[in-house]
Every structure is written in C-alpha cells, then in structure tokens.
Design a protein around this ligand. Structure first.
Ligand code: MG
Length: 254
C-alpha cells in the first residue's frame, strides 16, 4: 500500500517565523521540516497576508533555491500569488481598486494628522516615530510600532471611522503587528481554496494540514474544496508546529 498523500498550508508570520524587534525571523527547525516535506513530494503552500515581494525578498532569503522553487506563495490573502516562477494577481474591478487607493490615502491622512506623524512606506521598520505603511499591491497594511506607542488600538481609532462607510466592500483585520484592510470577500479561506486548486490539480491529496497562529488563520479549515485540519500554534512557538509536522510525516495519527 502506498502512503496517502497529504498537503501542508502555512501562515507565515508567527507560525513559521518568530518576532524579533517587530521583524519576522524564520526558525531553522522549520526550514528543515519544509525540506523534509518537499523530499516526500507533499505539496506546501504559504497562505499569508504578506506581499509576494516580501516573502520572496525577506523570508526566502533563508531557504535554499530548491525550496524557493517548490513553495508557491499565496500572498495578500490570495490576492497576489506566486507559482511556477511567475506572479499572478487576482482580477478585481476598477471601482474596488480605486476605493482601496482612496481609503489608503484617507486613513493615512487621518492617522498622520491625529498622531502628528509622517507616512513612511517601506518593508523595513523605520527607526523613528512614523506611520509605517507596508508596501502591498492590492490590500492595505498599516504596521504598529509599539516602541513608539503606535498600537493596533490607536491605528483603529482613525481607520474605523474611514472604513465604516464601506462595510459592504471592505473589512478590517487587526492583529498585534498590523491593521490590514481587505476586500470584504477575501479571506484565508479563499486563499486556501486557491492554493489547493493550484497545488492539487489531480486531486490526489487525501488530507490537508493548515497551521496558523491566529483565529483568522482558522478560516483555512473552511476551504470548500478539500478536507483541511487546522492547528493553531501559539504565536511564535514554532517548536510546536515542528513536532506536529514530524508526527504527520511519520504517518502517525493526528
Ligand atoms: Mg500569523
């Protein structure tokens, strides 16, 4: 009897990485696990709010070229994806694109005016008190800077009144590191469905295992096109993910 084929979906921040000084750092144990999964020819997908560019330029710095080729990225909650060596953006209509651009501008102005900040758009954390905007292609991300007193709560105070008018089109997803603004229908569930369609064209995977550190990640288990079991890993405790992966690869019961 051949071993059943299983698949893996991972959130990135806080799941595959830990935070140091507000920056995401990958764990060596986890890199080895990804390598083991690849060698067994089981599919891997990264389901993240991070941009494809961030994953490729920062996260992928820590892994070898074979893994880079092997692991597709479903970035910005599946709005911008990277697989088979190319970037594919989800098609969204012009109204929504314009709305996102305007909302980004409006929120940025509201926050900067209220907290007397200057906007700073970069992947790298600023070394001054600024409004840190992480570059994204479609969604919007305002990063927190706890060191300078810029917290999720403070950002939300200015963002919520701006987005309130558009609750049919947009939603706010806050976490300790950032406040994300997304098209209403976009979620980790839709990103996982997309990943499974791409990674398992022949439908040979019998079970998917999804790992995340937040309730937002749990949505992956609702993917309609597959049987997905979700493991919530306490933020940054990558050791726990490591042990579960080893167990699953050894063919042990869940
Ligand atoms: Mg996370």
């Amino acid at each position: 009897m051949t071993k059943p084929k299983i698949g893996f979906l991972f959130d990135v921040d806080g799941t595959l990485t830990t935070y140091h000084a507000n920056d995401s750092v990958i764990d060596l144990l986890i890199i080895n696990d990804l390598e083991m999964i690849r060698k067994m020819n089981f599919p891997i997908g990264l389901i993240t709010g991070r941009s494809v560019q961030w994953v490729r330029n920062y996260f992928f710095n820590h892994i070898n070229d074979t893994l880079k080729e092997y692991i597709p990225v479903f970035g910005e909650f599946g709005l911008v994806n990277w697989y088979r060596g190319k970037k594919v953006r989800k098609r969204i209509n012009k109204e929504l694109r314009d709305l996102l651009r305007n909302i980004k501008q409006e929120c940025s102005e509201a926050i900067c005016e209220y907290w007397e900040l200057e906007p700073y758009e970069n992947y790298v954390q600023p070394n001054q008190r600024k409004l840190w905007i992480e570059p994204k292609e479609i969604m919007i991300t305002f990063r927190t800077l706890p060191l300078y007193g810029i917290t999720t709560e403070k950002l939300l105070r200015n963002i919520e009144p701006v987005v309130e008018e558009y609750t049919n089109e947009l939603k706010i997803v806050p976490n300790p590191y950032a406040v994300d603004i997304l098209p209403f229908k976009t979620s980790k569930k839709t990103a996982a469905e997309k990943a499974i369609r791409i990674l398992d064209k022949e439908k040979t995977v019998t079970k998917w295992y999804a790992f995340g550190d937040s309730e937002t990640d749990r949505e992956m288990s609702n993917a309609k096109n597959a049987d997905v079991k979700f493991y919530k890993i306490p933020r940054g405790v990558t050791q726990e993910a490591h042990l579960i992966i080893r167990r699953l690869l050894a063919g042990s019961p869940e």
